[in-house]
Design a protein around this ligand. Structure first.
Ligand code: TYD
Length: 198
């Protein structure tokens, strides 16, 4: 039996992790075997990316690392799906296209190249849910978490990332949810989308 593969995307602070966790709780409460996973992963290449050990590298090199992490991750996701689990994945291929094609410190990467390096490695999600939010609101949420702010968490950059996501949503048929509302309203919309595929 093969499970259902659901991806969450959105700018930093859109609420992906919370939505994943709450959706997982709701599905498990119904007796549905559910796995939550995320990129960058916390293993192998993903752990290397998160550690910052790569130092100052070009966006092209960084893009290749994200895709290498995704390749290993996709194999693990395939095993979870084979076991019949519903997989909720916090970020997937659209993150690389949306983030790495947005200019950061004058260094941006060609969108078509980003799509092409992903194409050989990715699985096909049953649905991708884009939690859409004004990055100013998203960054406000990140601020209140008191976490270390990453180089990606700046407003002009994230505005471009949001536009890139909305374009991908049109091209790839992502389900777009307005993530500016309160948590329960967002979750209700997310669950309505999940119910159509689970
Ligand atoms: P994030 O989802 O914020 O991880 P966590 O909440 O666990 O710290 O991801 C970390 C950052 O990595 C985020 O700012 C987006 C960025 N990122 C990319 O730029 N490209 C990618 O392909 C991925 C997966 C993430």
């Amino acid at each position: 039996m093969s499970g259902v593969f659901i991806v969450f995307e959105g700018v930093d602070g859109a609420g992906k992790s919370t939505a994943c966790r709450m959706a997982a709780e709701a599905l498990r409460a119904r007796g549905i075997q559910t796995e939550v996973t995320a990129e960058p992963t916390h293993e192998g290449i993903g752990a290397f990316i998160r550690s910052g050990s790569a130092g100052s590298i070009s966006q092209r090199t960084e893009s290749l690392l994200f895709v290498a992490d995704r390749n290993d991750h996709t194999e693990r996701i395939a095993r979870m799906l084979d076991s019949g689990a519903t997989v909720l994945c916090d970020r997937y291929f659209a993150s690389t296209v949306a983030y790495q094609s947005a200019g950061l410190a004058g260094d941006s990467t060609d969108r078509d190249w980003l799509i092409s390096i992903n194409s050989d490695f990715i699985g096909r999600p049953d649905v991708t849910i884009l939690l859409d939010i004004d990055p100013e609101v998203g960054l406000g949420r990140v601020d209140t978490r008191g976490e270390e702010v990453s180089k990606f968490e700046n407003l002009p950059f994230l505005r471009q990332v949001r536009e890139n996501y909305l374009r991908l949503a049109r091209e790839y048929g992502f389900q777009v949810v307005d993530a500016s509302g309160d948590r329960d309203a967002v979750l209700a919309e997310v669950m309505a989308i999940i119910d159509r595929v689970v």
